[in-house]
Ligand binder design. Structure first.
Ligand SMILES: [Zn+2]
Length: 126
């Protein structure tokens, strides 16, 4: 099988306002120790733009999909964020997040990891 995976590069992305507001909401959930943010899950937290949850209690790592245009079929950001990062963003210490982006300039998706599969650039053969 030949490999034709589009390479990705790590980019620092400024958080769009709607994502920043959702991260403030996550910080609020953390402060009140809401069940949706302290139990391991992959979809317990849902807002208009975000879907995800606590992936690893041990690593305090959250995983989310961000839908900038509220359209699941539109471009998406897949990202991971730690409890600490949520606090730092909420406290105004940073407004950026590191994400992987395909080198294909037509692709507007972002990924948490370099080897995450991009359906846009590398559609699965059916
Ligand atoms: Zn892509």
């Amino acid at each position: 099988m030949s490999k034709s995976i589009v390479e990705k590069k790590l980019v620092e992305v400024e958080l769009p306002n709607k994502l920043f507001i959702d991260i403030l909401y996550l910080n609020y959930l953390l402060r009140i120790k809401h069940a949706s943010i302290i139990e391991e899950t992959d979809d317990c937290i849902q807002t208009d733009y975000l879907c995800g949850g606590l992936w690893s209690k041990k690593k305090r790592l959250y995983g989310f999909t961000f839908y900038p245009n509220m359209e699941p079929d539109d471009f998406t950001w897949h990202f991971e964020i730690t409890k600490n990062q949520i606090k730092q963003i909420a406290n105004g210490k940073t407004d950026r997040i590191g994400l992987w982006k395909c080198k294909n300039t037509a692709c507007n998706h972002y990924y948490a990891k370099e080897d995450d599969h991009c359906d846009f650039c590398n559609p699965k053969k059916v």
